[in-house]
Every structure is written in C-alpha cells, then in structure tokens.
Design a protein around this ligand. Structure first.
Ligand code: PRP
Ligand code: MN
Ligand code: MG
Length: 181
C-alpha cells in the first residue's frame, strides 16, 4: 500500500499538537465531572480516535457507548440527512452524558443528535468536539468543549475520512484536490 500522508498538501495539526489538545480537554472534563459518573457517547466512525485518546487521558471513571450516524455518505458535502446506523446500548435516563465527536462541520449531525439524545431523559447532556469549522457557528448548538476551530478546508486524518480512507492518519491535514476532484 502507498504512504497515506503523501496525499496531503499540508499537515494542519501534528500528532503532538492533537495529543496536547486532548490532554487539555481531558483536564477540564475531569474537573467538571469530578463528582459525577460520565457516560461518553462516541459517534462512529469518525470519533473513534478522539474517544480512544480522550478516554485514556481522563483520570476519572467513565463508561463508553457508541452510536453510528451518517450524514455524508461517500461525498465531501453534508447531505443534511442524518440516519441512525447503530443506536446506543445504554439507557440515558438520569445519566451524565457527554457526546464525543471528531468534527462539527455544518453542525447538522450534532444538532440532530443533541435533540435525539435529549429526549431520552439524561441528567445532563454536553458535547465535546476536537475540531469545529466556521459554518457550525451558524447552527444554534451549545458545544461546551471545543478543541480547535479550523479553516473551512476538506480535512482528513485522525478519524476524519474521505470515502472511508485517511482515518488512520495520526495527524490532520488538507487532502490534495486531485484526490477528490
Ligand atoms: C462526519 C464527522 C461528523 C459529521 C460532521 O461524520 O465525523 O460526525 O460528519 O458534519 P456536520 O457537522 O456537517 O453534520 P460522517 O457523517 O462523515 O460519518 P463518519 O463519522 O462515519 O465519517
Ligand atoms: Mn462522524
Ligand atoms: Mg465521514
């Protein structure tokens, strides 16, 4: 197989920068949930890397569950249609739920997901995302934990895919246009 990093025109965030940001987020989350048991809800598949690293950076007890939703298919633009591909196993009633996402782009996925999970009766429901794009700010979602605000480029790596590839990059970068044009 070919070198996955060779398809990037630019590395935006190195593995070290991502690690540092995740440790920062984890410290704040540890403090905020000091007297609560938190249920981390990872959004498959993009959030796998963030969830794995964030969970290990936390000092407190956590439980983890997963939900698979998709709004993109194989294209580069959000379709606006959110589908549940796999629902949670956990009952959210009276739980302290923290949604873990890799990126908020248009905000469609999370605004839909927040409403959906809110209706299941959690004690608290917050969102943690490693990346957020400028368009997401136009959608009215309250995101408590944001790693980094990033430029409106098609980025891949660290869970973020193009046609299911590039998730395994340990950094995040801009995909060369010839790959998706
Ligand atoms: C990506 C990303 C977020 C969502 C953000 O997931 O992981 O979940 O899109 O986009 P939005 O804010 O415009 O809704 P995707 O639907 O591609 O599924 P995946 O996680 O399996 O890649
Ligand atoms: Mn996703
Ligand atoms: Mg995707």
């Amino acid at each position: 197989a070919q070198d996955v990093k060779a398809d990037l025109t630019e590395v935006l965030y190195t593995k070290e920068e991502i690690d540092a940001k995740i440790r920062e987020l984890a410290a704040v989350i540890d403090r905020d949930y000091a007297d609560k048991d938190v249920l981390l809800v990872g959004v498959l598949k993009g959030a796998v890397m963030v969830m794995a690293d964030l969970a290990r950076a936390l000092r407190s007890h956590v439980t983890m569950d997963w939900m698979a939703v998709s709004s993109y298919g194989s294209g580069t633009k959000s379709s606006g249609v959110v589908r549940i591909l796999k629902d949670l196993d956990a009952d959210l009633m009276n739980r302290h739920v923290l949604i873990v996402e890799d990126i908020i782009d248009s905000g469609l996925t999370l605004s839909w997901l927040k409403t959906n999970l809110e209706s299941r009766g959690p004690a608290t429901l917050e969102i943690c995302t490693l990346f957020r794009k400028p368009d997401a700010v136009k959608v009215d979602i309250d995101v408590k934990y944001v790693g980094m605000d990033i430029p409106n480029k098609f980025v891949v790596g660290y869970g973020l895919d193009f046609a299911e590839k590039y998730r395994n990059l340990d950094c995040v970068g801009i995909l060369a246009p010839h790959i998706y044009q």
